[in-house]
Every structure is written in structure tokens, then in C-alpha cells.
Design a protein around this ligand. Structure first.
Ligand code: HEM
Length: 418
């Protein structure tokens, strides 16, 4: 194995490497220097550029002259980063088919559209009673315990249940789904990239989802499970998808639905505890204020550091730097959300700050498919928790961050019931 990546905050010898242990522990000091001094930062050994300012990210993701592809993946591993494309982007993988975020048009759109019926606004709105009841029941149980981990025991419990509901898995499988997703997304704390748990946990997730696909085929995929049946009935590139291919597409949605939101909610609860004046203001009118506070929780505590793209076909020049075909682009969404050029006092949590939007859900073509679920579920979780335990405490000394080249936030936020 290669030696661990190196980073340095020394202004005279600044080095940013997303896989360096120091960056994985806390990337924000690096983001600040990147934004201020090296907004378009070349990482030669990965054939990549890191883009850190809000304005540049928006430009790159919307400019028709920027030709970007995701066929190498949107979350490239360190091993792949170390292999240069030497100017040529590898062809997409169509058989067996890659996960849908990595597909080129029109396949990408075809798979995405056939899967996302339950994620559209009208369908999501109908989930509200299910989510609210599950949140209330869980809170009643957790309050009885006196102390719980806001990320896993509360947020993870709720979001894994919603994921089951969306995909059509039995609710009884939610605890296993949560455990497998949380283990499969842990990263190697020294080298970055997937940890040793990845293979075994993704194999088990695959089994769980492929089993569901088989059961839907037996039921003739009659449309009563919109997501899975939509994928079974899809004809694409002159054929139907196999069980395994469908299970991989479902896995992307299952992971997105399960691991992201709990970190936002837990980080938000931590900030409201740190700023009791702000908590009191939110508490004054929960229904009006929680949706506003939740947007700041997303900006401040969004759970992904970056997603990547690869330049294809034509060079693209931005701020005097030319990105060549084959170069990877690391889009630092988390840095953009702390860009002082866009947000005053960007590193401060201010529940009702005036803002013109944020990039917590990405931007453009790959904008998060789960945005409506995330907003509904997040608001319900925060609102119900504040209603049930308005004066909660947090044992900050025992809170634990994730160490990751990709995720951000807190895996453990011990919340104490008062
Ligand atoms: C607070 C919660 C969430 C946050 C902050 C979040 C964030 C993001 C971001 C930043 C992207 C863009 C990736 C890119 O540009 O390559 C994305 C994409 C995606 N998200 Fe979410 N997400 C959240 C919740 C969810 C939920 C609840 C689901 C599923 C129900 C989900 C499923 C997905 C999927 C499948 C994609 C890939 C979309 C594509 O490539 O077309 N996410 N998410």
C-alpha cells in the first residue's frame, strides 16, 4: 500500500490532499486557505483540480462550455485518483451497468426517472404521517433511556425506516440497513477510501436489495412498488436490467437516504445546544422557525465534503487555469457552504441568517434526488425533538466526529434528557 497522503497548513508550503489524515479529521482550515489563495488548486498526483469557492462551483456546474462527465464516478477512490487518465476518459460501463450517477446521457436520465417516483414532492408529502409517528414513538422510547446518540439512535433509526418505506423493504429490516450502511461508508482513517468493512457490508446490502427485486419480479412488478417496479420494467440500451444491476441502483438511494440526514440533524442539535439563545428563539414558534433553522443546519452541517467529475472532450479555462480532458475536478461543496464571499460570518451557525441558498444538495444535473424527503424528515425530527425535550443537554466531551475523506460531521452526539 502507498504511504499515507501528506497535507500542510503552513502558508509557505501549503498542501491540500483530501486523503491526508489531518484533512480527514478537519478539512475546514484547508478550505479557508484554498478559497482565499488557491481557489482552483492543482493536485498533480491525482491529475485533479480542487474547486473551493461557491461562485466557481456554480459556474462550473452550469456553464455549457464546461464539459464534465461522471463516468469515472462521483466519489473516486484514492486508488483510482492515483491512475492518470493521460488525457483520455475511460468509456462508461454499460454491461453490467454502472450505478446511475455514473452513467452518461441518456441512460443516466432514464434510470433516474424510472426510480424516483416515490421521491417526487407529491409522493413525499404523503409520507408525513408515517415519519411523524415513527419520530414520536422513537422519542418516547429514547426519553425513557435518559441518554442517547442523536446521530444513530435517533436520526439513523428514523432515516433507515423512511429508506425502507421508500424502497419497499420491510420495516423490520431498518436496523440492519442502518448498521450495514453506516459500516459500509466508514473510511480508512489513515489512507482514506473505503475501509475493510466495505466489501462485506456492501455484499450484504446487495443481497438484501436483490432479494427485494426478486420478490417484486415474482409479484409481476405490477407498479405497486413504484421504485423497484419502475426499474424492473425499464427497457434500456435494448434490454432489461438484471437483479444485481437494479440492486446497485437501489443501493445508491438506500445509502443516500440513510446516512446523510442523521448527521445534519445531530450537528444542528449540537449547535442549538451551544447557542442557547438561538435555541430559545427557535422554540418560540416551532412550526415557523424549524424550517428556517433547518436550512442553516444544512448549510453548516451538510454531510458530504465533495463530489467529483472528469473533464471530457474540451479544455475549460477558469480563473486563468486550464482544465484539460481527463483531469478530475473535486467539487468542494462543503467549502462553498462556508465561503465568506457568499455568507457573512460563514463559520458561525446563525439559525435565521439571510441567505440566497446553499449547496448542501449539490447543484445542476446531479442535484440530490432525495431533497424533498430530506427536508420533510429533517424538519419533523428537529421539531418533534425540540417539542419533546426543549431543554436537552449534550455531553460534548463524548461527541465523536467521523474521520473521512468524504463524509463530514458527527457519528456520535450524546444527548441527555432533562
Ligand atoms: C440532508 C440530507 C442529504 C444531503 C445533504 C444530500 C446531499 C447530496 C448531494 C450534495 C448530492 C449531489 C452529488 C453530486 O453532485 O454528485 C446528492 C445526490 C444524491 N442524493 Fe442526496 N443528500 C441528502 C439526502 C438524500 C436522501 C434522503 C436520498 C434518498 C432518498 C438521497 C439520494 C441521493 C442520490 C441517489 C443522489 C445521486 C443523484 C444523481 O447523481 O443524480 N440523498 N445528495
Amino acid at each position: 500500500m502507498a504511504s499515507a497522503a501528506v497535507s500542510s497548513l503552513d502558508p509557505k508550503a501549503f498542501v491540500y490532499d483530501p486523503f491526508a489524515p489531518d484533512v480527514m479529521r478537519d478539512p475546514f482550515p484547508y478550505y479557508k486557505i484554498l478559497r482565499d489563495r488557491y481557489p482552483i488548486y492543482r493536485i498533480e498526483k491525482y491529475d485533479a483540480w480542487a474547486i473551493s469557492r461557491y461562485e466557481d462551483i456554480l459556474k462550473l456546474l452550469t456553464d455549457p462550455h464546461a464539459h464534465l462527465t461522471t463516468t469515472e464516478g462521483t466519489l473516486i477512490s484514492p486508488a483510482l485518483f492515483r491512475r492518470s487518465n493521460a488525457g483520455k476518459v475511460p468509456p462508461p460501463r454499460l454491461d453490467p451497468m454502472d450505478i446511475f450517477p455514473n452513467l452518461p446521457s441518456p441512460y443516466y436520465e432514464q434510470v433516474r426517472q424510472s426510480a424516483i417516483g416515490p421521491l417526487r414532492p407529491h409522493a413525499v408529502a404523503q409520507l408525513e404521517p408515517f415519519i411523524r409517528e415513527r419520530v414520536r414513538e422513537r422519542l418516547a422510547e429514547l426519553i425513557g433511556r435518559g441518554r442517547f446518540n442523536a446521530t444513530v439512535d435517533f436520526g439513523g433509526y428514523v432515516s433507515s425506516g423512511t429508506a425502507c418505506q421508500l424502497i419497499g423493504l420491510p420495516l423490520a429490516q431498518a436496523p440492519l440497513l442502518l448498521e450495514l450502511v453506516n459500516r459500509s461508508t466508514t473510511r480508512d482513517p489513515e489512507y482514506g477510501g473505503p475501509s475493510d468493512a466495505f466489501e462485506e457490508t456492501s455484499r450484504r446490502l446487495m443481497q438484501m436489495l436483490a432479494e427485494l427485486v426478486r420478490s417484486r419480479r415474482k409479484a409481476s412488478a405490477d407498479g405497486s412498488n413504484r421504485m423497484v417496479d419502475g426499474l424492473i420494467n425499464l427497457e434500456i440500451a435494448g434490454r432489461h436490467l438484471t437483479d444485481e444491476e437494479i440492486a446497485w441502483h437501489l443501493m445508491v438511494i438506500a445509502v443516500g437516504a440513510t446516512e446523510t440526514l442523521p448527521k445534519v440533524v445531530a450537528a444542528g442539535l449540537l449547535e442549538l445546544w451551544r447557542h442557547r439563545d438561538q435555541r430559545a428563539q427557535v422554540l418560540a414558534d416551532l412550526e415557523t422557525n424549524v424550517p428556517i433553522a433547518f436550512e442553516e443546519m444544512l448549510r453548516y452541517g451538510a454531510p458530504a465534503q465533495w463530489f467529483s467529475r472528469t473533464v471530457v472532450d474540451h479544455p475549460y479555462t477558469i480563473r486563468g487555469h486550464t482544465l484539460m480532458p481527463g483531469h478530475r475536478v473535486i467539487i468542494l461543496f462543503a467549502s462553498a457552504n462556508r465561503d465568506e464571499r457568499m455568507f457573512e460570518n460563514a463559520d458561525r451557525f446563525i439559525w435565521n441568517r439571510a441567505m440566497d441558498g446553499h449547496l448542501a444538495f449539490g447543484y445542476g444535473m446531479h442535484f440530490c434526488v432525495g431533497v424533498h424527503v430530506a427536508r420533510l424528515e429533517g424538519r419533523i425530527m428537529v421539531e418533534e425533538l425540540l417539542r419533546a425535550i426543549p431543554d436537552y443537554e449534550i455531553d460534548e466531551a463524548n461527541a465523536r466526529r467521523v474521520i473521512s475523506d468524504f463524509q463530514l460531521g458527527w457519528m456520535q452526539v450524546p444527548l441527555i434528557v432533562r
